[in-house]
Design a protein around this ligand. Structure first.
Ligand SMILES: *Cc1c(COP(=O)(O)O)cnc(C)c1O
Length: 371
């Protein structure tokens, strides 16, 4: 049994992928080729934004978004400590300071009550210039953007949606990546929509931000890459990776539906045995992960591993307790919900092709372990 089965998926699109790659080999535009543009149009239409900018990874998507908003030293950006390291890493990489806000215990997304308090505190302290918020759509479920956008609006902040796990999901009947003024997603192979290497995309409706992103993506280019009007990066997505995503988009909506069925079945069978994921009304999760909570996590994991069943822990150490962020001077106890979640959470095999038989084996192993 696999944690994420990419082989079964590949069988559905293999011929089309080979045909598309062959076309790229024929035309030879490996960087910023026509398929890159086609993908940007396809995906921005899918999520419902004016623009999509294909980039080299989800991390580059986040970094470039921060660069487009001129975030730098002296600025503060709010995010949560219970996320993949990239979310906070990019804030430091542009020279700004991450400010953490704890998560909700049931969705693992930013706690908007605590967000409101922290915004107030940082502004009153006047030590840092609070500039933006990066809510994370953890495990595939969108954060609460109506509240977050309102708080941002009231305090003159921008919102960068970290949708690296939620592509294909929905917030109040609108696709993720369209819920804040700018959004970043990732096409790392294990994400809900993955390519066969690294890739990512930024989504925005702003003409101005779009123009800036195109320049940042190619070393801050002006008229061409030999006229440099700002400092940028090499943030481009390969043409071949774009073709793989174009191909996978033909089955993506079906896969998102299949993920709902897998998640629903897990929840029916595991409710009462472990604490199951909570999806808010009007949300559709992309189910990047199916994560459950139990006090005796280590015992359950050991039991699953003994039976060679795949299981993973996202994330064992919250970011405020990581060495990489020690200079922020946070300590154990600062974000109790993140800390408790990190100690008790674990994720089960989740992909559109998970069979009922395999699912039953997982459920039975967990049930036995907690008895
Ligand atoms: C995967 C991920 C990223 C980074 O994406 P890469 O493509 O691996 O660079 C950022 N944020 C979150 C929440 C992620 O899950």
């Amino acid at each position: 049994m696999q944690f994420i089965d990419l082989k079964t998926q590949q069988k559905r699109v293999r011929q089309d992928i080979e045909d598309r790659i062959k076309k790229v080999l024929d035309h030879g535009q490996y960087i910023l080729g026509p398929e890159g543009r086609e993908l940007e149009e396809n995906l921005s239409n899918f999520v419902g934004t004016k623009y999509g900018v294909g980039v080299a990874s989800g991390t580059d998507a986040l970094i470039m978004a921060l660069m487009a908003y001129d975030v730098g030293p002296g600025d503060a950006i709010i995010t949560t400590p219970f996320t993949f390291v990239a979310t906070a890493e990019v804030i430091k990489l542009v020279g700004a300071t991450p400010v953490f806000v704890d998560i909700e215990p049931d969705t693992f997304n930013i706690d908007t009550k605590k967000l409101e308090d922290t915004i107030k505190t940082v502004i009153e302290e006047k030590k840092l210039n609070l500039k933006g918020i990066i809510p994370v759509d953890l495990f595939g479920q969108a954060a609460d953007y109506d509240i977050i956008n309102k708080l941002a609006n009231d305090n003159d902040l921008f919102v960068l949606q970290d949708a690296c796990q939620s592509f294909g999901g929905e917030y109040k009947n609108k696709k993720t990546c369209s819920n804040a003024e700018i959004a970043a997603t990732s096409f790392f192979p294990a994400k809900p929509l993955g390519c066969y290497g690294d890739g990512g995309m930024i989504f925005t409706n702003s003409d101005n931000v779009y123009e800036k992103l195109l320049s940042i993506r190619v070393h801050g280019q002006g008229i061409d890459k030999y006229e440099n009007v700002r400092v940028g990066i090499n943030g481009r997505m390969d043409t071949i990776q774009s073709t793989i995503l174009l191909s996978k988009m033909s089955i993506f909506e079906d896969e998102i539906e299949k993920r709902q069925e897998v998640a629903k079945r897990y929840t029916e069978k595991l409710e009462g045995i472990v604490s199951v994921p909570h999806i808010k009304v009007d949300n559709l999760s992309a189910w990047a992960q199916y994560s459950v909570i139990h006090k005796e996590r280590e015992k359950i994991i050991k039991h699953l591993q003994e039976q060679k069943l795949p299981v993973a822990v996202y994330y064992p150490i919250p970011l405020h307790l990581q060495k990489a962020f020690a200079d922020l001077d946070y300590k154990s106890g600062d974000f109790p919900v993140s800390e408790k979640t990190a100690a008790e959470i674990f994720s089960l095999p989740m992909h559109p092709y998970l069979s009922e038989t395999d699912q039953d084996i997982i459920v039975e192993a967990i049930t036995k372990a907690v008895k």
